[in-house]
Design a protein around this ligand. Structure first.
Ligand SMILES: Nc1ncnc2c1ncn2[C@@H]1O[C@H](COP(=O)(O)OP(=O)(O)OP(=O)(O)O)[C@@H](O)[C@H]1O
Length: 328
């Protein structure tokens, strides 16, 4: 567990970070989010001592980081940052091996770790292990950057806008991949971003920062339902706050039994007494997707199928609205 206690950084009269406290549990992902200049990167860099705090402390599993030499500390903390290049004259495999080598892992363990990470990030080792950074696309380089940061099984992975400067499609794909990898590996993550959608997608909790302070620290659902101030509300979204809330929940948790529905050919289903054969929704869809399809189809109930196409339930607008009202 990481404990950040009254952490402060002053530059002359500027309080870049002003007495920040939070805890990061093992396996948790927390996002620091806020406008440019609010102190996100400075907070992150004080945690691995790239910047020394003016006051306050950081504990890692109860040990004050000031008692750990910075180089040793950084071996325990992965650091991925947009634009921090890979070592250009080292192959992908050599880049990923950097921290495990410094940690003195045996060769076989390093080789296995490289293979595991390249597989997880969708970069087949036979194709990519021996390439040099300049032979990779921007998205591939960022994947390798994150894989390198995770290689030594760090106690916490610090990420500063790691998926910035990518086109939106590549960015979304990388975010999804990273989410799956994080869940599988149980990595603890502290993420800096100014993209609220990225924070909602990747983090369990969000610390919203304004002028060096945390003004609200909550789950995405709580931030959307109960923003603590007009500033937080403007950060989480004004007009589309309800739709963002629907993005957080899945159809599967809200379905009701599909009584009276039957297959109507070509993957569609019809309700007993109903006229229309309806294309089903996937049980993995979000409530936002469900609401959109209900509106576009102009019906008040849609069939829902699992990944093999079996009918598993139905979803209707009344249930979606009840979720919005917190009555589920
Ligand atoms: N070395 C420095 N000397 C003086 N002021 C600094 C220094 N580094 C940061 N600051 C100031 O501290 C504040 C916080 O900067 P920081 O980089 O942490 O913000 P940020 O939230 O990460 O912003 P961005 O999203 O733009 O990266 C800013 O007002 C910045 O100008």
């Amino acid at each position: 567990m990481i404990t950040v206690d009254a952490l402060t950084k002053t530059y002359g009269p500027v309080r870049a970070v002003d007495g920040i406290s939070f805890e990061l549990a093992e396996g948790e992902a927390l996002a620091l989010i806020g406008p440019s200049g609010c102190g996100k990167s400075t907070t992150l860099r004080m945690i691995n001592r790239l910047i020394e705090p003016s006051a306050g402390r950081v504990l890692i599993d109860g040990v004050d980081t000031r008692s750990i030499p910075p180089a040793a500390l950084r071996l325990r903390m992965g650091y991925a940052i947009q634009g921090i290049g890979l070592f250009p004259h080292r192959t992908v495999a050599q880049n990923i091996a950097t921290v495990p080598r410094l940690l003195g892992w045996p060769r076989a363990r390093i080789a296995a770790r490289i293979e595991e990470l390249l597989d997880l990030f969708g970069l087949p080792p036979a194709v990519f292990a021996h390439k040099y950074p300049h032979e990779l696309s921007g998205g591939q380089q960022q994947r390798v950057g994150v894989a390198r940061a995770m290689a030594g099984k760090p106690a916490v992975l610090l990420m500063d806008e790691p998926f910035g400067a990518l086109d939106p499609i590549t960015r979304a794909r990388l975010q999804d991949e990273f989410l799956a990898i994080r869940r599988r590996m149980g990595t603890t993550v502290l993420l800096v971003t100014h993209d609220m959608d990225e924070a909602f997608r990747l983090a369990d909790r969000l610390a919203v920062m304004e002028k060096g302070r945390i003004v609200q620290l909550d789950t995405p659902e709580a931030l959307l339902r109960r923003p603590a101030s007009a500033f937080v509300q403007s950060m989480v979204g004004n007009e589309d706050r309800g739709l963002k809330l629907l993005s957080l929940a899945g159809v599967a948790a809200l379905m009701r039994p599909a009584e009276g529905w039957a297959p109507a050919g070509e993957g569609t289903f019809r309700k007993a007494g109903g006229q229309e054969a309806l294309a089903p929704l996937s049980a993995s869809a979000s409530l936002r997707e469900a609401a959109s399809r209900l509106v576009l189809t102009g019906v008040d109930e849609l069939p829902v199928v699992d990944e093999t196409g079996n009918l598993v339930g139905t979803i209707d607008m009344a249930r979606i609205i009840a979720f919005g009202g917190g009555r589920r």
